[in-house]
Design a protein around this ligand. Structure first.
Ligand SMILES: NC(=O)c1ccc[n+]([C@@H]2O[C@H](COP(=O)([O-])OP(=O)(O)OC[C@H]3O[C@@H](n4cnc5c(N)ncnc54)[C@H](OP(=O)(O)O)[C@@H]3O)[C@@H](O)[C@H]2O)c1
Length: 409
């Protein structure tokens, strides 16, 4: 996709995109409004007039793809080469707050993309030590949180969601007009009635949320690839928030960017991690394992039929080409049974997913998370619970089964 499309082609898209996409409309509006100094919502004629007058202005290039019958817009890395990123953020200091998995991955990728990056993290904490190990230098590009906020023009809040609540009064002091506030999760802003994170009106507030851990963000970037992320705008004070969010999404190491809103990002993310990605999968694994064990199967057999075959053989096939393809690569006996049992599992779990969505939507999940993760001993408590999983017979069995995998022989 070429990066030299003009506003003319972009405006051509406006006619169809504007009514259906809030972000699309905001994006088109901000480009044309800046060009024509429009102060009111533009009419079809004013779009066209602006587009005709500014045919030589390079515009963002977008790709509209068909996702199972619904058209969605994506941005791609090819349109944001390093030089363009450096041009867009040439006057900025990117202050990354937090050096957990996301802070580390995103800051190192931006640094490799030639942007000016500084780290802000609590002095002498785990993250501070990790940043030192990675070559960040105190007083040069590694600072306590408040100092980083002072120096940064783009404040990238990658502290844990609970820490964002406690540090907000400190951060807010330094969010002066014209700065940008960035998140990788809409949590703090969306649940502002609980977090008190209400950004000042005269700054841009944007989001880029990688669809994976910070470790993967870094590893894919180093491999010359990019993780997929979603981007959103909460506040566009500059009229350039959309362009900067897309560019920043690429600068942190993304390959493709999907559009979302802060609200949609939060609810899908919280539901996903509590559901299929983590909570549900451990619950389902454990339920099947326990039944097999209760019926006299050995630990190795129960583990192999529950976890090992899933993660080593079948789930990668789903990832590669879809569920039907995985099914079609299994025996007809397996296919018959899976087709018959899909419905009872769907019907049994759907009410749980509905309850989960409701708990996320009404803010109860956010409240629990803030309360638990704000305790001074939150890490120790989490570690205790994780150790209980680790000590369950299923996962102790897993250690032995893993040692017998072909690649470990
Ligand atoms: N992990 C993912 O898969 C993922 C994906 C997309 C977006 N996100 C979002 O990215 C953000 C960062 O997540 P993460 O995975 O990098 O790690 P995280 O565990 O959520 O955050 C870790 C960072 O928060 C700091 N921190 C914790 N409590 C603190 C406190 N009381 N005061 C000051 N700093 C404190 C830690 O510093 P210390 O080391 O000093 O404790 C560390 O630098 C979150 O908003 C998360 O929702 C995560």
């Amino acid at each position: 996709m070429s990066a030299t499309r003009t506003i003319q082609t972009f405006a051509g898209r406006v006619a169809t995109a504007a009514p259906t996409s809030r972000l699309g409309a905001a994006r088109c509006y901000s480009v044309l409004a800046r060009a024509t100094r429009l102060s009111a919502t533009p009419t079809a004629n004013s779009w066209a007039a602006a587009a005709t007058r500014f045919t030589s202005v390079p515009a963002r290039t977008l790709k509209t793809l068909d996702f199972g019958g619904t058209k969605e817009t994506v941005y791609e890395r090819a349109d944001y080469p390093k030089e363009k990123l450096q041009q867009i953020f040439g006057k900025d200091t990117m202050a990354v707050l937090g050096y957990g998995p996301q802070g580390r991955g995103q800051s190192l990728n931006m640094r490799d993309n030639g942007l000016k990056v500084i780290i802000g993290t609590r002095k002498d904490g785990r993250s501070w030590k990790k940043a030192l190990e990675d070559g960040w230098t105190p007083g040069k590009d590694l600072f306590p949180i408040e100092e980083a906020c002072q120096q940064g023009t783009v404040i990238m809040n990658l502290l844990s969601d609970a820490a964002q609540v406690h540090t907000w009064p400190t951060i807010k002091k330094h969010l002066t007009a014209g700065k940008t506030l960035y998140f990788s999760h809409g949590f703090g802003v969306v649940y502002r009635d609980q977090t008190n994170i209400v950004p000042p009106k005269d700054i841009d507030v944007i989001l880029a949320a990688p669809k994976g851990s910070g470790f993967t963000v870094r590893r894919l970037f180093q491999d010359g690839k990019g993780i997929n992320s979603s981007i959103a705008i909460f506040q566009d004070a500059s009229g350039q928030a959309q362009e900067r969010a897309a560019a920043l999404g690429i600068a942190i190491g993304s390959g493709y960017l999907y559009e979302t809103t802060f609200e949609r990002e939060v609810s899908s993310d919280l539901v996903g991690e509590r559901g299929i990605l983590m909570g549900a999968i451990q619950g389902l694994f454990r339920a099947q394992y326990d039944v097999l064990r209760a019926r006299g199967h050995t630990p190795s057999e129960a583990f192999n039929e529950t976890v090992e075959e899933a993660t080593q053989s079948l789930y990668p096939l789903i990832g590669e080409k879809g569920m039907d393809w995985m099914y079609s690569n299994c025996s007809t006996t397996a296919q018959r049974g899976a087709l018959d049992w899909e419905k009872p599992f769907h019907d049994a779990t759907k009410p749980v997913f509905e309850k989960l969505y409701e708990e996320v939507a009404n803010g109860n999940e956010a409240r629990r998370s803030i309360e638990k993760n704000s305790a001074s001993n939150y890490r120790e408590e989490l570690e205790k619970e994780l150790e209980a999983i680790n000590q369950h017979e299923m996962w102790r069995t897993g250690k032995t089964v893993r040692s017998l995998r072909p690649e470990n022989q």
